[in-house]
Design a protein around this ligand. Sequence first.
Ligand SMILES: Nc1ncnc2c1ncn2[C@@H]1O[C@H](COP(=O)(O)OP(=O)(O)OP(=O)(O)O)[C@@H](O)[C@H]1O
Length: 678
Amino acid sequence: MSTFGEWGPPPSTGAGAQEDAWGVPVSNGGAADAWGAPAAANASTADDAWGTNDLAEALPTDTNPDATANNADAKAPTESAPVVQVVPEAHEGWTQPRPYDYTNAPNEWASNAMVYEWDGEMGDVGPEHPDLEVMLFGAKNEKAPSHGLDFSKIAEIAVYQEGPVRINPIMTFDAAGLHPVMLRNIELSRYQVPTPIQKYCIPTIKQGKDLIAIAQTGSGKTAAYLIPIIDKLMGKARKLCAPRPNPATYRVGIDPPCRAEPLVVVVCPSRELAVQIFNEARKFCYRSMLRPCVAYGGGPVRDQIDQLQKGCDILIASPGRLIDFIERPDVLTLKRLMYMVVDEADEMLHADWEEEFKKIMTGGGSTEQEDGQVKYMFFSATFPKQIRDLAKTYLMENHVRIRVGRAGSTHENIKQNVIMVDPGLKKKALFDLLNSLPPTRTIIFTNSKRSADDLDDFLYNKGIPCTSIHADRTQKEREASMRAFRSGDSPVLIATGVAGRGIDVRNVMHVINYDLPSIEYGGIEEYTHRIGRTGRIGHRGLATSFFTDKDEGMASVLTRTLLETNQTIPDFLEAYVPEGPARENLKFEADSDFEEDTGGDDGTGGGWGGAGGESAPNNDGWGAAAKDEGESQANNNGWGEAVKDEGESQANNNGWGAPAEAGGGWGASGSAPTVPGW
Ligand SMILES: Nc1ncnc2c1ncn2[C@@H]1O[C@H](COP(=O)(O)OP(=O)(O)OP(=O)(O)O)[C@@H](O)[C@H]1O
């Protein structure tokens, strides 16, 4: 097996430091030593550190024939796809690569997935549908898709809010005043406690407020908006929903169609993400009259229209297809719209989408909504201040802003390695890297479609069971690729940025930035989203990034990002480590809307290097789960009072926490409509 040293310099800190970081003894020779990575051969130690028990069970291998039974995402390998024997250069634990079978491609589209069909004769709540229930939530005896070992870490992250209205977080789903059917759907989803962003967003949305919500990747933002929105509509569906045929008896093409008049639109930047959110909506709408649909480019227009014409109350869509349908008033109107959710909002508000976005937000100019009828909400893990400012132009004055941790911060559960690699040896480095670790579900990101194709061929021919996805693939290929990755048939996915945001696949243990995102295209936000495909909902994961001379532009902000979560800094990034107090008080873009951006040193359009971070009292104002009781108490004690200037924190106002050292911070500026900038 080749070792690290052949394709790039060894990590400056040496194997020992990396091992310490993971606390993982390694035992499978040179490569693993170099990486400090857990060894496949040493299952017991690897399992402890990586949680690879789950992983091993999830991957269908010859040695683990029962694997699929324990994985809700998994399905039996596609029988029609021939297994091609390739030279087994790859680690022996990998399954055999399977080529995409063009001739027998299944004629199934994600948009046609079964939803709960509410019979026109039913009351507000429909009876259970055992087969659909298994499809949506997995079998009852199936192992729960548990949150990871470090779920508590999620609960420790400080939560900040700004806005004239103070939100009392809910501590449990039971305490949220949810419809019994929603509570049951949450239970079926095996969610035991709300994540921090859910604790705040559920009551915010239930109070009918516009919202900006920022929380780290994999922290449950999708459910943070779906649960309260669907819940609010559930009991009133009969009154609010547009007339529709009885889906149980409706005959497509024979019975007169109805027009889709959704109450909710969720818009997001990628097709795969739209499908994923649709699948979540299918769960939370179970046993209700509310009918979710999905519309995305590349999928069959006719099929999607057929679905809409059976009735559509919750529409999840990617922008192009949504506009296409908005422009066909016989197919879709937004006149009943009550909730507009923009997921991956900073991406959707990017200048590249400006035209489309305006059209969507005005419903194509054809809406007949009354002022205030539509509640707008923006969600993302990254949300640069300039883009937040733009978002605010769509929101009511009294909107609420919730932020969990620093906007754009990476998760401590993700171990981040950055490796200097000779550009000419990247492929070899990649193969050695994959081979030095236990076979794990892995996403490899490239910056170009050609490079993704190239790597797919290369790894496939080496015996790595991989698949790939990028914008030049047909939608059928893209869906097949995601299915193969989710099921474990092809546990290695090579992707361009199309899979960088939002995609949630269980047990992705490793993300590799074969190409680092460049400052011009995506920058550190793209990095944050990409590595966030692992380490989700309390699980741990590894992110490895190949660094070359071309990546100098990312060096400074990348180094600060690594420092923020105490990652090992490689030698070649040492020069970018801030000195003195700046090392302790790392500068990132302004988090609070009361902070000034002073221009950055990263070419990020002046976003970085803003006003000195948050002060101690802010950090303990809206803090850890342990302080939740204190939080509600604080709210009850009048935290909602107006404050006079941004330096005066709420904490100071009622004696929670120490005096502020610096102005700003989301928790700092309180409730005041009197504060400039609102
Ligand atoms: N309260 C909860 N308990 C357990 N699991 C949860 C809970 N809420 C959400 N999840 C699960 O956590 C995973 C991640 O959620 P989700 O995809 O919504 O994250 P996200 O914050 O939107 O991430 P990203 O920023 O990457 O889009 C999903 O598999 C979801 O089903």
